[in-house]
Design a protein around this ligand. Structure first.
Ligand SMILES: [Cu+2]
Length: 228
């Protein structure tokens, strides 16, 4: 029983701790048998000195087996120990020499693969940020005091989502229109007071922004939006 289980260990321990559970189960059954089946119900237990020794011997062998299974299947991660070397440190004294290296090295695999999912979300998060498209929010304001102008003629953004947060606290209606050449890509409503946001997805290139209220662009309400 003892050596048979140990020889089975390298094979089964590769994927699971089955040998440990099997040996543990046998020990539990033995303990129940001794206490309930043999001992408690019979006053003469353990019948004789020989019977006592047999019971003790079986118990000791079972306990040693379970302990060995626990040590072998728990193991150490293969990359931390010299377990893969043929002359690796035996996991259990007295165990067959072939068992510890084969038993410990596969036992390391489940624990290292169990650690992988824990790290996956973190690395996914870190890898996802640079890969995500850039998102730029630009501030733009109409000149106050009735001048037909924006507060800048140059805007820069990263390719991707570009939001222009345009505030107009002047007494004159304005908007922001973005175009590439003659192609209008989007515009805020024409409004007075407060702010409106124009959100666009832009590829790298040069765009113009201007006010579409008649006469305003010609008066100077225009600028260049550079997307890189
Ligand atoms: Cu305007």
């Amino acid at each position: 029983m003892h050596s048979a289980a140990l020889q089975l260990a390298p094979v089964l321990a590769e994927k699971s701790k089955v040998p440990f559970y099997v040996a543990g189960g046998v020990l539990v059954v033995w303990a129940l048998t001794v206490s309930a089946g043999l001992g408690l119900r019979r006053a003469a237990f353990p019948f004789s000195l020989g019977g006592e020794r047999v019971v003790i011997a079986i118990s000791v062998v079972l306990v040693l087996t379970v302990t060995s299974m626990a040590v072998i299947t728990a193991g150490v991660p293969a990359h931390k120990a010299s377990a893969e070397a043929p002359a690796g440190t035996p996991a259990s004294p007295g165990a067959p020499s072939g068992a510890p290296p084969a038993g410990t090295s596969p036992a390391g695999a489940p624990s290292s693969s169990a650690a992988a999912p824990a790290q996956a979300p973190a690395s996914k998060k870190a890898a996802g940020k640079p890969a995500a498209p850039a998102s730029t929010t630009l501030k733009l304001a109409a000149a106050t005091g009735g001048t037909l102008a924006y507060d800048t003629k140059q805007l820069q953004a990263k390719a991707g989502k570009v939001s222009i947060d345009f505030s107009n606290s002047s007494p004159i209606e304005h908007d922001v229109t973005v175009a590439q050449g003659s192609r209008v890509l989007g515009a805020t409503p024409i409004f007075v007071g407060g702010s409106k946001t124009l959100a666009l997805t832009l590829a790298p290139g040069t765009y113009t922004f201007y006010c579409s209220v008649p006469g305003h662009r010609q008066a100077g309400m225009e600028g260049t939006l550079s997307v890189s």
